[in-house]
Design a protein around this ligand. Structure first.
Ligand SMILES: [Zn+2]
Length: 573
């Protein structure tokens, strides 16, 4: 059996079981007299947890209120307490998540391939999740391990003696194999007072641009609206009228929006929620890490909720549905929704707290694992040309890590390099020159995703010219990109805006303004971050690994790295 047919069999059994639970449950309930004509169902969801078991620090651990003040929020043990309370207030509830629960996570989860986070999600009773892009960070096979369990093929079971996987399905109605077979379960069905309730998952269609190509090889990510409509139609036909959408796609909001504002900017989530089948009753969204609580109009003119709860477990999106037991459908006008702040003023849940402490304690020795060696400090201090020794090494690592994308240049932003790599022993006690995983993590903690784009030689020059950014007051801010050793150029201190850079070479050959060059940058830069708007004009975008993984792999493959001499960029008067 191939992976796809074996999985299709497994998924079919899973689907039959959930459908039986929902639909047959409904039939049984119909036989008994039901006094109440409606059933109340509370849906609770969170998105983009990213393994934040420990309360996130800084602005990542705060929620801004409509009055502009901020409160501390997030942390697995507090989330567990709030979820338990919200469920305790009602007769019927479902606990759901909308993706990126794992991946790009802090050390105490990341070191164990996010097994502690899965243990947490199981502990609090999550009942369904849609896959986000980060669920594919380590590839589809690892995602299947997250679902079905088993020890990691190379690292084994490091967190606990066994890993049994997730007690909830990873949904993805628009995720198929090349042959069209489902690669993930499209939906799951729960029974609520005899009424079947479908939870449908769709993830963003452009997911392949956010992951390593090898991780999603053989998979297709289809149009979200099409997948929702065909799944919804199937459910309608078998009598499942209450349909909840978990969507890993989201919109952005205006600065300063509160948790329950709907100050969203036009984006993909609203477009999908407005266009998709009127049978769908509510949209939980994610991916953009924004907070909003909106009501959109479906194609039949009826209202439906579109909601997202920031990120990192700071908010719980709560949607209270009223279901007509006769039609088995949602009374849309009676839907009440809000985002509940996961405050830290409540008592932490003891079981969740113990799990977080276990992960933190067990992660310390693994964080101290040696991944490479250096011969001297690799610092963030820049040469007069703008070149940074650690930036050189990181750019070289990113070029190697994206060679499969045919990259010939890698460039990175110094803002993404958070600390020096020092030669001397750290307080953790490792020997001189040793680089540990924990130290590399401290340098690149943001889990930016590498992407490779095609730029013409002229566009490459335009990007380099954007390192000087004029301000309205006449001053110029410089942001020097750190470049791989394959790229050399000269800049002039007396040059004018747009005319400072010259003598650009790639692999020693002068750049042809009309020729194409494959260039790797992180997703922050590819989106035009730090003022590098020219990078948005790149074409043929292909995803790559997380930046930290690229650095760690390079350090492992190249022991004894010395600080590179600043010879890539030359500055002249
Ligand atoms: Zn995402």
């Amino acid at each position: 059996m191939t992976v796809s047919t074996r999985l299709a069999t497994r998924l079919a059994a899973f689907a039959a079981a959930t459908l039986a639970a929902g639909v047959l449950g409904a039939t049984a309930a119909e036989a008994t007299p039901a006094p109440a004509r409606t059933a109340d169902l509370r849906l609770i969801s969170f998105n983009d947890l990213h393994g934040n078991l420990t309360p996130p620090a800084g602005s990542s651990g705060r929620v801004t209120l409509p009055d502009g003040t901020a409160v501390d929020a997030g942390g697995a043990a507090y989330l567990a307490t709030h979820a338990k309370r919200l469920r305790g207030e009602v007769k019927n509830s479902l606990l759901l998540t909308t993706g990126d629960n794992i991946g790009a996570s802090p050390l105490n989860s990341a070191l164990f391939h996010d097994e502690p986070t899965v243990a947490f999600l199981n502990l609090i009773g999550v009942q369904a999740n849609v896959v986000g892009n980060h669920e594919f960070d380590e590839g589809y096979r690892e995602l299947l391990r997250m679902q079905f369990g088993g020890c990691h093929p190379t690292d084994g079971c490091q967190f606990r003696p066994t890993f049994t996987g997730s007690k909830f399905p990873y949904l993805g109605a628009n995720v198929t194999f090349d042959n069209g077979f489902p690669a993930l379960l499209p939906f799951t069905v729960k029974s609520v007072e005899g009424v079947p309730v479908a939870i449908i998952g769709v993830t963003l269609e452009d997911l392949p641009s956010l992951v390593v190509p090898s991780g999603v090889e053989g998979l297709r990510f289809g149009d979200e609206v099409q997948a929702l409509n065909s799944t919804s139609k199937l459910l309608d036909k078998v009598g499942v009228k209450t349909q909840v959408v978990l969507m890993h796609q989201g919109d952005n909001t205006e600065a300063g929006s509160g948790p329950d504002d709907c100050r969203t900017l036009p984006g993909p989530a609203r477009a999908i929620a407005t266009a998709a089948s009127p049978s769908l009753d509510v949209f939980f969204t994610g991916h953009s890490h924004q907070q909003y609580n909106c009501v959109v109009t479906d194609p039949a003119g009826k209202p439906r909720t579109l909601i997202q709860g920031a990120s990192f477990g700071r908010l719980l999106s709560v949607v209270d549905l009223k279901i007509d037991k006769r039609t088995k459908d949602v009374v849309r006008t009676a839907t009440v929704a809000h985002n509940e702040i996961v405050t830290r003023t409540v008592a932490p849940d003891p079981a969740a707290q113990a799990l977080v402490e276990e992960a933190t304690t067990k992660s310390a020795p693994i964080a101290n694992r040696q991944i490479g060696t250096i011969t001297a400090d690799l610092v963030r201090a820049a040469a007069p040309s703008g070149e940074i020794p650690l930036g050189d090494v990181i750019a070289d690592a990113q070029l190697v890590a994206t060679s499969g994308n045919n990259a010939v240049i890698a460039m990175t932003n110094p803002g993404g390099i958070r600390t020096d790599l020092t030669y001397a022993s750290s307080p953790a006690g490792e020997g001189d020159g040793v680089v540990t995983y924990g130290e590399a993590f401290a340098v690149q903690p943001f889990a930016n995703i590498m992407q490779t784009i095609t730029l013409s030689g002229a566009q490459l020059k335009a990007v380099l010219e954007q390192q000087w950014q004029p301000r309205p007051d006449g001053t110029v801010v410089t942001r020097f990109l750190q470049v791989s050793d394959s790229l050399h150029y000269t800049w002039s201190q007396s040059g004018t805006q747009g005319n400072r850079v010259s003598a650009i070479t790639v692999a020693g050959v002068p750049v042809d303004p009309a020729a194409p060059y494959r260039v790797s940058v992180n997703n922050f830069l590819a989106a035009g971050g730090d003022g590098f708007t020219e990078l948005v004009n790149g074409t043929d975008l292909v995803g790559g690994p997380i930046d930290l993984d690229a650095l760690a792999a390079y350090l492992s493959a190249n022991p004894g790295i010395a600080p590179p001499a600043p010879t890539r960029v030359t500055v002249v008067p």
